[in-house]
Design a protein around this ligand. Structure first.
Ligand SMILES: O=P(O)(O)OC[C@H]1O[C@H](O[C@H]2O[C@H](CO)[C@@H](O)[C@H](O)[C@H]2O)[C@H](O)[C@@H](O)[C@@H]1O
Length: 345
């Protein structure tokens, strides 16, 4: 029988507010949550942060050619990447929105192409492969539709192994990690309140991602962003155990626990039996601020590499870049071809 491994609530670490700025994904909003004071100043800093996080507005890196030298295209540097991974087990971590599927206005219609699905299917035959998403796990797996993958939903707070039993794992153990289960009722409550409070703002959309919630402002006129920020703040101020992070035209509400996409990556590597191994080469591909937590882990550990999907210069802990999901697909195809050639498949 398959044994289920569960990370219980007792293992959840609550962090003091000062601890939070160590995590790249929480840093931007941390500053205004803590230092923004009250009233107009706070809301203004929220809106500034919402603008600054738009990928079309690079922050400090204005020089695109300088940035591309520091974060070269993973396609152009393919041979270099292969050399770095030589003799090591490649493990693939893929973000979903903006990485496997193009960004679209309606989050419920962010479908992945059949071609991309086919590529990821082949990839998973070559390497252990995980999808790491801010979305609810069930939703992202219903978009990806591949049961042979590992899925980490809710920004890594909901991890599950492949349905048919993990192919790569040494022990025959199925995998489940949900470090934020005690927050389920509160996230539900906050989701409902956010729905109510934002319904008068045209274009605003609230998504329940199970262990976190998203407030989308992609379709909200910029002159209404402060109204939206005000409404979100009015809900959140009553929930000191929740915090705010941000992504691409989205405010993310999640529990204050020391768990993010970086922790999910570490957990998955450990579950696959690669804890403290030098012969493993994780490749993490993502486009968003929340993916920076995973890039940072890899950079700090000097293990594997991160690839940022972006057309624009952005501050990042990733080493390489790809411009858009089509380039991600080309890169994954080349990895598959390389592996198949090596194994004579
Ligand atoms: O970690 P991810 O898989 O990248 O998920 C992050 C958020 O992605 C989704 O929102 C983003 O994509 C939408 C569809 O293209 C777009 O409309 C939105 O503006 C983006 O922020 C998803 O809807 C969120 O729940 C995820 O948290």
């Amino acid at each position: 029988m398959l044994e289920t491994k569960v990370i219980s609530n007792s293992e959840v670490l609550y962090v003091g507010r000062d601890d939070r700025d160590t995590s790249p994904s929480t840093k931007a909003l941390h500053d205004f949550q803590i230092n923004g004071g009250g009233g107009g100043g706070l809301i203004r800093s929220w809106v500034d942060s919402m603008r600054a996080c738009s990928p079309t507005r690079p922050k400090s890196f204005n020089n695109q050619s300088c940035w591309i030298k520091e974060h070269p295209s993973a396609l152009n540097m393919f041979e270099e990447i292969l050399n770095k991974s030589e003799g090591k087990q490649v493990v693939m971590f893929l973000d979903y929105d903006g990485t496997l599927s193009p960004i679209v206005d309606d989050p419920d219609r962010a479908f992945m192409s059949k071609k991309m699905r086919n590529t990821v299917r082949k990839l998973a035959k070559c390497f252990p492969t995980a999808i790491v998403s801010g979305r609810c796990r069930e939703k992202v797996s219903s978009f990806v539709k591949l049961t042979e993958l590992y899925y980490a939903g809710s920004h890594g707070m909901d991890i599950k192994g492949p349905e048919q039993g993990p192919k790569y794992k040494k022990e025959n153990q199925s995998l489940l990690c949900q470090p934020a289960t005690e927050f389920l009722p509160v996230i539900n409550e906050v989701y409902k309140k956010l729905l109510e409070k934002t319904k008068s703002i045209p274009g605003a959309k609230v998504e329940n991602n199970k262990f976190c919630a998203s407030v989308h402002f992609r379709c909200v006129e910029e002159n209404k962003w402060s109204d939206l920020a005000y409404q979100v703040r009015s809900v959140l101020k009553n929930y000191p155990k929740l915090m705010l992070t941000q992504g691409r035209k989205v405010l993310e509400i999640r529990p204050i626990i020391k768990w993010d996409k970086g922790k999910a990556l570490e957990f998955l590597l450990e579950s696959l039996g690669y804890n403290n191994c030098t012969d493993v080469f994780p490749i993490y591909i993502g486009d968003d601020l929340t993916d920076e937590d995973a890039f940072k882990i890899l950079r700090d550990k000097k293990q594997g590499l991160g690839i940022l999907v972006s057309k624009y210069a952005k501050e990042t802990n990733a080493s390489y870049s790809l411009q858009e999901p089509d380039e991600v697909m080309d890169f994954l195809e080349r990895l598959v071809d390389w592996k198949q050639l090596r194994c004579g498949a």
